[in-house]
Design a protein around this ligand. Structure first.
Ligand SMILES: [Zn+2]
Length: 451
């Protein structure tokens, strides 16, 4: 499935760049054409960079075009007379038809890999590229001729593998997206975000992404626990056998008659075979590591998807978040100490990975991130400033304000986080206790003003 997705993505990328290139080419032709009026030239130049209008004109549906406020199109179009417009439409169609490229595919020379499909690993003192193959569960490792030179190896992205038949080598291409800061846009959209385990991301707009993520974490913790319970039986058996073996070996060290020695040796041999069989069939960790890697991969995929969806829906210019959190959530009761330990480990892995992915994807899309002081963001009401009286729900996701009533604790925290970005009194370095004092004083002042 991933390979098909990436192949489709690549085709779309190629088609897009073909249209962009064609647009540039046609703009040059327009520039060289002396017989065009100034307005016509401006109009044509614009259309060749705006694929939306260009496509509609080619399809003869230009009258259906929906104009947005930012678009310059309506102004440029209004500058033309009726005849000029008709002439422009015809000219665009003729030029496009004449110069359009013909997409062709030369036998699979290039493949796109998304961030989950590849990683760089160290083996025998050299960097190896580890990639997913078309066979499920099978990975391939290719030794890199040079060192992998990206400082932060966690910040992965898409790579392209390109087979150069002439040079007889496989190249790894990685596109680095640079942050683009739009200087013309005066109003920056700020979005506050609260991270969590039960629900991965909650935004100040009231939307939430990655529901019930903790279910995946819990299922995995339970699975590992179950597997270890089953294993205990075999661990115990192996321990007893080893005990017996060492006793026999100690006995063998003393001098015996030839017959006794042979008998002892036989029994030692049989014990060793039984132990090795247990280790091979019941105590190995190969399958365990493979299954666990698969589950983690799936969790990482869901994290990526949720972050992408959030960034594309909310479209923030600045993302305000806490540099740490996750402390305020109640985890469901674990069956035993071991399961609790596994769950803690998985939670901290989730936290680290989620933070990494947010930073990386924001970098990619040119979104600035701001860290704010995390103290008490989930304890005070964003509407009236009162302290919440209680938390409810299986994951503490509901909260009650004495004045405003019940509300979603996560999105309320997100609103508080957003406000904190412009808060002059609470900086990233304000101590925990002082933050509480400031918030309480603010509410008290508000009450006295109202009284
Ligand atoms: Zn309130």
């Amino acid at each position: 499935g991933r390979h098909v997705t990436e192949a489709v993505k690549e085709v779309c990328m190629n088609l897009n760049s073909m249209w962009t290139n064609l647009g540039l080419k046609l703009k040059k032709i327009v520039q060289a054409n002396e017989s065009l009026a100034k307005e016509e030239r401006q109009y044509l130049n614009y259309v060749f960079t705006a694929s939306y209008y260009w496509q509609l004109i080619l399809q003869g549906r230009e009258n259906e075009a929906e104009s947005s406020k930012e678009s310059k199109y309506p102004v440029l179009r209004a500058a033309l007379t009726k005849d000029q417009l008709r002439h422009c439409f015809g000219y665009i169609r003729r030029l496009t038809r004449k110069h359009k490229p013909y997409p062709h595919s030369s036998a699979a020379r290039c493949m796109l890999y998304d961030e989950i499909m590849w990683k760089v690993i160290q083996k025998d003192g050299a960097d190896h590229l580890d990639i997913m193959t078309a066979v499920s569960g099978k990975r391939k490792q290719l030794k890199l001729t040079g060192p992998f030179c990206y400082a932060n190896k966690k910040k992965r992205g898409d790579v392209q593998l390109i087979l150069d038949r002439d040079k007889k080598r496989l190249e790894v291409h990685r596109a680095i997206k640079a942050a683009v800061h739009d200087l013309h846009k005066s109003k920056k959209k700020k979005v506050g975000m609260d991270k969590g385990l039960a629900t991965l991301l909650s935004c100040s707009s009231g939307h939430e992404y990655g529901f019930n993520f903790s279910q995946l974490v819990n299922a995995e913790a339970e699975r590992i626990n179950r597997r270890n319970t089953n294993r205990n039986e075999y661990i115990q058996a192996a321990k007893e056998l080893r005990h017996e073996l060492s006793a026999l070996q100690a006995k063998l060290a003393i001098k015996h008659s030839a017959k006794t020695e042979r008998r002892l040796r036989n029994r030692i041999g049989s014990l060793e075979r039984r132990i090795s069989r247990l280790e091979e069939r019941h105590l190995g960790s190969k399958l365990y590591h493979r299954q666990h890697a698969r589950k983690q991969c799936n969790m990482e995929r869901i994290m990526n998807m949720s972050i992408r969806k959030m960034l594309l829906t909310e479209k923030p210019d600045v993302l305000v978040k806490e540099d740490l959190s996750f402390t305020k959530e109640k985890l469901p009761k674990a069956a035993n100490r071991y399961e609790a330990k596994v769950r803690r480990k998985l939670s901290s892995w989730t936290k680290g990975t989620l933070d990494d992915r947010i930073e990386y994807l924001c970098d990619c899309l040119g979104i600035r991130t701001v860290d704010v002081n995390p103290a008490y963001t989930s304890q005070f009401c964003p509407n009236c400033g009162a302290r919440f009286s209680e938390r409810k729900g299986t994951h503490h996701e509901l909260t009650v304000c004495p004045n405003c009533g019940e509300m979603n604790a996560n999105t309320a925290a997100a609103v508080n986080i957003l406000r904190r970005a412009d808060d002059k009194n609470i900086t990233l370095y304000t101590p925990y206790k002082k933050v509480e004092k400031i918030l309480e004083d603010r509410y008290a002042n508000k009450q006295s003003v109202m009284a």
